[in-house]
Each structure stands twice: as C-alpha cells, then as structure tokens.
Design a protein around this ligand. Structure first.
Ligand SMILES: *Cc1c(COP(=O)(O)O)cnc(C)c1O
Length: 457
C-alpha cells in the first residue's frame, strides 16, 4: 500500500517556531490570579521576582499577549533536538486493526528523555540574562533535574538540585546524569537548609517528599543574596508557554499534509506537555475557527481533574509558593507510590483547570496496570520504549482507536509521546513479572486532604 503521509513528518530547522503562543490571550475566562500566600492578594511581578527570574515572572503574569518571541540563543539550542518528529503510527493502527488514523508527537529525542528540556532551557536562558550565578530546583523522579542540568551546563550556570531522598538513593542513574552535566545533587531533606534541618529533626530517617524538596530549593534561592532564583518544571503558566512549541510544530506538520485531528490526547501531571500540545489547537477553538476534542489523561492513583475540586490551593506542601486556583486533591494529598513519578502532583496548571471548568477539555483516569499493557503494545510495534507517564496518553489513544474499530469511524487521533522510559526499567520489570498493582484512593482519603484546603475569600 502506498502511503501518502510519511511515517515521520520532520519539519526543517528553518521551520522552527520563532514565537511561543500564549493561549491565555485567547481565553475569555482567564485563569484566576496567583495569590501571595501571606497577604492573599494577587501577586505582583515584584513579589514573584524575589523567587523567580524577572522575565519569567513577567511571562507568568502576561495573559494578554498572544505571541512572545523566542530569543535567538534558544532557537540555536532547540536546533540540537528540534523540530521533533510527528509520527504516523501506521504499525499501531495495523496492530489494533482500527480505521482510526493515529499520530504522535515524540519529545523523547534528547538525553534528558522528555519535553521538560523545552522549558528548562528557556528558564536557564533568562537566569543567565539576569546575571544570576545559578538556579535551584527540586526533582522527584529526576526528569526535570536532568533537563535543567543540561540547560544550565549549556549556559554555564550553576544548578543546585534537591532530589527527594528515596529517589536519590533508588535512582542512581538519573542522579549521575545530572552530576555529569555539572549539577550538584543534594538528597532532601538535607542539613543545608533551615527547613531541611527542621524536617530531619522531626522525622529522622525520612525518605523526603517533593513538597519538602521544593521548600529547600526555594529557601536556598531566597537566602542566596540575590545570586540564585528558583525554577519549576511544570504547573506554572510560563512553562506552558514554553511548551507551546510542541503544539506549534505539530500543527505546522499536520497542516503541511492537510490533516486535522478530531481528538487530541495527552498525559497530565502538572499539565505542561498537554497544555503545550493543545495550545494552538485550543486557540483556534477559542476563536471559533475549529472544533476539537481534548482529553487529559491522569493516573487513577492521583486523579486531580477527575476527582479533585476547583479551588485555591498551595502549589507546594511547604505552603510557601503562591496560591493557585486549580483542580486539586489538596496539597497534603499523598499519592500512593507508583511508577509514573512525573504524574504524582496534587494540582493541575491553572490554564488547563480553567479550560476544564469551562467544559472545553475532558479528563479521564487510567490504572497503572492498564497503562503498562498499553506501553508494551506500543513498544513492540512502534519501537520506542515509552516513559510510564507518556504511556497514560498511549492508553487513552488506544482506547479511542478501539472505539473507532467498533463504530467503523475513521477518526484522526493525535497524542503527545512525552518521553522515553529507559530509566524506568524497574517498573517494566515489575510489569514483566506480573507484580504491578493498582491503587485507587478512597473518597474518604481525598476528602481528608481537601478538608485542609486554605480558606480564600
Ligand atoms: C514530567 C513528565 C510528565 C508530566 O508533566 P506535565 O507537566 O504534566 O507535562 C509527562 N511525561 C514525562 C515523560 C515527564 O517527564
């Protein structure tokens, strides 16, 4: 059979987008403002700039400008691994025996192995521009820390990563990638910060948590005498903005072949890859130019959009970051250990939260075992070994394609393949041994955590 559309659509380097697209500009109902955690008033650029780089604080608060120029040095960096391929999943279609057409945008083509590098490099660039010595951050499973260490080494910035202690000890390979790129990696909680020492005194021997690592990273930045700022790999609107390059490239590639997706699917942890992928398409829908179905896929063990509430909450367990109005399970929600570490966040970026609240996007949740089944099906026919996070999107895409098989409809399904799973072989091992389990929180557990939401008038 002759195929009119190639297996991979590659854009040329000179077709790299020159501007990011800020979907907030086209939203009629804007995301609610971030609040200062002390005053509970909308946070100002000056206040945000104490923690974040000045330009990033500006981008965070900009909900009016639709296009923002990508600085030339960033375009040069993007050229190392972008444009990313858009793949027509012919082999998966054949395996599923579905009339649906399936496409995926592959973001795993860089050493860090995920889309997070798209924003890491932007944040490192603005830190360098501001004349800072370096940046601080936290990492759980390690994808963000890895991306940031690559970005910082490129711009010769110091990178201090607070890594959740259990991951630090259990994921030596990611830790060593970070150190190879020159980052310092501190297991959290540590005795290098006030908050770390407090937590260690109260809970000796603790394995740490993401919230605790965030608190340490923020403290390290704000007590650095202005030489460091804190950077974050998801949830914030600035991160979504940077990730819009995923959607812009995808749209340009599809437009070349006159293909219009019916359904656009992405996994959702803090919401940055999904927000970036859907942004230009959502923009068309918001302007009344086209119709799409958007589906956010989350783990059943951390069901933020499907079982959380839309309310102001802390972005971190330490309650020091600004308050955001978002779908949340409560900042004290402790998801059961699972293998898609990048999806274990209690909240969801305010942009996607507002779009969901307005009925412009759907959400679904899937169990861990069904996700690994989909991952293996995909790997065996498409070749790429997907990250467990990305495999949530694969699960939903396969389910939609199988529905098309039932109805005979030839829908076009697009999903985001955010990264590769080479550092997740322990999880694949458990899948291969049949020892993976599913944990779904009870209503009582979620209610207990929601009962601690901050009260905001
Ligand atoms: C971090 C991560 C995610 C989830 O983060 P979002 O901000 O929701 O995109 C998804 N996939 C991979 C591979 C990741 O590393």
């Amino acid at each position: 059979m002759r195929k009119e559309i190639p297996y991979k659509i590659y854009l040329a380097e000179d077709e790299l987008p020159r501007q990011w697209y800020n979907v907030r500009a086209d939203m009629k109902n804007k995301p609610a403002p971030l609040l200062n955690p002390d005053t509970r008033l909308p946070i100002t650029e000056d206040e945000l700039s104490a923690v974040f780089c000045r330009e990033l604080a500006r981008q965070e608060l900009d909900d009016v400008n639709p296009y923002i120029d990508i600085p030339e040095p960033l375009i040069d960096f993007y050229r190392m691994y972008r444009p990313a391929p858009l793949v027509r999943a012919y082999c998966l279609e054949q395996k599923l025996d579905t009339p649906a057409h399936i496409y995926y945008k592959f973001e795993g083509n860089n050493t860090s192995g995920s889309h997070k590098l798209n924003s890491a490099i932007a944040q490192a660039y603005y830190a360098k521009q501001q004349g800072l010595a370096g940046v601080t951050t936290e990492t759980g499973a390690g994808q963000w820390g890895t991306a940031l260490s690559m970005a910082c080494s490129y711009f010769d910035l110091d990178c201090r990563v607070y890594m959740v202690k259990v991951s630090h000890d259990q994921k030596p390979h990611r830790r060593e990638v970070m150190r190879t790129y020159g980052a310092s990696v501190t297991p959290s909680p540590s005795d290098t910060t006030e908050v770390g020492r407090k937590i260690l005194a109260a809970h000796p021997g603790t394995g740490g948590s993401l919230g605790c690592a965030i608190s340490e990273a923020v403290e390290a930045a704000v007590t650095s005498g202005g030489k460091y700022r804190y950077v974050l790999g998801s949830v914030l609107s600035q991160v979504l903005l940077h990730q819009s390059i995923i959607g812009l490239e995808t749209k340009a590639a599809l437009d070349k072949y006159g293909v219009k997706p019916d359904i656009i699917i992405g996994c959702a942890g803090g919401g940055s890859n999904l927000g970036g992928l859907i942004s230009p398409f959502m923009g068309e829908m918001l302007r009344g130019e086209a119709e799409y179905r958007f589906i956010a896929v989350e783990p059943a063990s951390c069901p933020t959009l499907t079982r959380g509430v839309y309310a102001y909450d802390y972005c971190d367990t330490g309650m020091i970051c600004p308050l955001a109005k978002m779908y949340t399970l409560g900042s004290s929600f402790m998801p059961a250990p699972m293998h898609a570490g990048g999806l274990r966040y209690h909240g969801m970026t305010p942009v996607l939260s507002q779009l969901c609240a307005d009925g412009l996007m759907e959400a679904t949740s899937v169990t861990q075992t069904s996700v690994f089944d989909a991952a293996v099906t995909f790997a065996r026919v498409e070749g790429i070994l997907p990250a467990p996070e990305s495999s949530h999107a694969i699960r939903a895409a396969i389910d939609e394609a199988l529905k098309c098989k039932e109805t005979g409809e030839q829908k076009t399904i697009l999903f985001g393949l955010t990264g590769t799973g080479y550092f997740d072989m322990a999880a694949y091992g458990r899948h291969n041994d049949g020892s993976l389990t599913d944990y779904i929180p009870t209503d009582e557990e979620i209610a207990a955590s929601l009962a601690q939401l901050p009260v905001v008038e």
